[in-house]
Write a protein that binds this ligand. Structure first.
Ligand SMILES: [Zn+2]
Length: 172
């Protein structure tokens, strides 16, 4: 039996609303050793402070580490960039204030948590999906991951809902 499968990822261009990204291979973060996805050069061009940009040769081939308790934001071979090198706070990292998840429409963990407390749910996914259609989003230049935030939004809602339930149970 011949095996035509390979380790290479699907390199076809995937389209999903605003977020068109060529699927490239993940790399391992040099500090937390977790897989990190590639980030477009245009994202770094928008989000790095001028001195950080000046210090690195090329903005190509960087990867974004989303591990909450890892200090690394972007890395490219020997180069590691951290929170101080960015003009925005990376909301996915532990202790980030504000903990922004959706940079296009300003959804933070704080805002989501408030909604869950008040309404028992968050309207973030509906709001973001509606605004993705009109006026449209700019994840590539605003979101440090350079990608659509919807996956991170549902993860945040899930985590905050569990936390909320625990708090209610403690009050009983
Ligand atoms: Zn890391």
């Amino acid at each position: 039996m011949s095996d035509f499968s390979s380790d290479t990822e699907d390199v076809s261009t995937k389209k999903s609303g605003c977020c068109i990204s060529k699927q490239k291979k993940s790399q391992t973060c040099p500090e937390c050793m977790k897989p990190a996805k590639p980030v477009p050069a245009v994202t770094l061009a928008h989000l790095l402070i001028p001195t950080a940009k000046a210090a690195i040769g090329s903005l190509e081939n960087f990867h974004f580490c989303k591990t909450p308790d890892c200090d690394v934001i972007y890395f490219q071979e020997e180069t590691i960039l951290r929170q101080d090198d960015l003009i925005v706070t990376v909301g996915l990292k532990e202790g980030a204030i504000p903990a922004t998840i959706c940079y296009c429409f300003g959804w933070t963990k704080e805002k989501i948590e408030k909604e869950i407390k008040t309404y028992g749910k968050s309207f973030a996914p509906e709001d973001i999906k509606a605004k993705m259609k009109d006026p449209g989003c700019s994840c590539k230049t605003l979101n440090p991951s350079g990608r659509c935030c919807l996956g991170d939004i549902s993860k945040a809602i899930k985590e905050l809902s569990i936390f909320e339930k625990k708090e209610i149970n403690l009050l009983r």
